[in-house]
Ligand binder design. Structure first.
Ligand SMILES: Cc1ncc(COP(=O)(O)O)c(C=O)c1O
Length: 381
């Protein structure tokens, strides 16, 4: 019997038609669909500029590079995130530091950040916070900015999980990605995200310098001469972080139905919440007041020790789940490089031992979701 997936892309006939059109055209890369996709992302988020890239990881890398972060500098992120949120610092020769998560939101704990930055030796060399909108719930970037402004620290929003998430800003609903309080926001278009381009990502910013620099770095650092059309220079080493036109065609087509897809995700989350609320031993995800999550993940928590058993029980019943994530400071590379130890970030460690992501994706039928709920309830009875 085929296992129920924990996540999966949603691709319809229109998406396929749009990709095929590009495949039959003269430009399958470096063509017009890239600018079109970038314009659509700007329109959707209200950010001024957007650079479409080959992955969310590339977008994080370019965010730090365009902010001028390099050797000897430091960034801060939370231990509960995908490795790319910290690796981007290592790519530019900087050092990632961690501050623990808040036990309710699972975002970087702002009070702990405040205490950490109060100590001059801690904040020495810290140039940016990579703040993760974990699960697609919205982190409090405005509050974070108040602290960061005191010390001249920039904010990069890692919104790999959060395209389409919204929050109230001056009594208006705005989308994550508008970069109201940050220098840049990154998205990922990996298949299990809110929209997909296969692999892909984007950097959004309101800063023209960051935008221009990211455009150059995406394509080897090449600067074209305005005098001779064939002439160019490379003033700074860049990369091949380009995305193809057929990927962008998929992205444009997906973006047209994103709100519908997020409503479906929220409906699935609503059904989980309603069905699991009264089950003793489960803690449900938390959504801050004045925010509207776009739910990349649905994470429940339970007593330490029960999680592994629930994972196995669901697997025996052909239901796939996932642990998002093992704290970064416990992975051997970070331990060895940065000297972190078990016990350094207790909230993250406890969370990680207690969390499980249940299946959540647009194509998850009510019938299949009911099966998941039935098995979870059975387990806790
Ligand atoms: C929080 C977070 N940041 C960054 C990334 C990197 O995105 P990509 O896989 O598109 O490189 C991911 C990927 O899942 C992620 O979960």
């Amino acid at each position: 019997m085929k296992s129920l997936l924990y996540s999966c892309q949603y691709i319809d006939g229109n998406d396929i038609d749009e990709v095929v059109k590009v495949l039959k055209s003269d430009w399958i890369t470096q063509g017009p669909k890239i600018g079109e996709f970038e314009a659509a992302l700007c329109e959707y988020t209200s950010a001024k500029y957007s650079v479409a890239l080959s992955s969310g990881t590339a977008a994080l890398h370019l965010s730090l590079l365009t902010l001028g972060i390099g050797k000897g500098d430091k960034i801060i992120t939370s231990p509960i995130t995908f490795s790319a949120s910290a690796n981007c610092a290592l790519y530019v020769g900087a050092r990632p530091l961690f501050v623990d998560i808040d036990d309710k939101t699972y975002h970087l704990d702002i009070e702990k950040l405040k205490s950490f930055l109060k100590v001059p030796s801690n904040r020495k060399g810290v140039k940016a916070i990579v703040s993760v909108h974990f699960m697609g719930t919205v982190a409090d970037i405005a509050e974070m900015k108040k602290i960061c402004d005191r010390y001249g620290i920039s904010i990069v929003e890692d919104a790999a999980h959060a395209l389409g998430a919204a929050y109230k800003f001056k009594d208006k609903w705005i989308k994550v990605g508008r970069c109201e309080d940050s220098k840049a926001t990154i998205f990922s278009f990996h298949p299990i995200k809110q929209i997909t381009t296969g692999e892909g990502g984007a950097l959004l910013t309101n800063d023209k310098k960051i935008y221009k620099s990211a455009l150059r770095l995406r394509h080897h650092g090449i600067v074209r001469s305005s005098k001779k059309p064939w002439s160019y220079d490379i003033p700074q080493v860049g990369f091949n972080y380009r995305i193809t036109d057929f990927q962008c065609a998929l992205g444009i087509s997906q973006l047209k139905k994103i709100d519908k897809m997020i409503n479906i995700r929220r409906r699935i989350v609503g059904y989980y919440n309603e069905s699991l609320r009264k089950v003793e031993g489960i803690r449900l995800p938390y959504e801050r007041e004045g925010t509207n999550a776009s739910y990349h993940l649905y994470v429940i928590r339970m007593q330490r020790g029960r999680r592994d058993k629930l994972y196995s029980y669901l697997k025996e019943n052909n239901i796939s789940t996932q642990v998002n994530y093992i704290p970064l400071h416990l992975l051997s590379y970070y331990r060895n490089l940065l000297g972190y130890r078990r016990g350094d970030f207790l909230v993250s460690e406890r969370y990680s031992a207690e969390c499980l992501s249940l299946p959540l994706y647009v194509g998850l039928s009510r019938r299949d979701q009911s099966k998941v709920i039935k098995r979870v309830r059975e387990f806790f009875q």
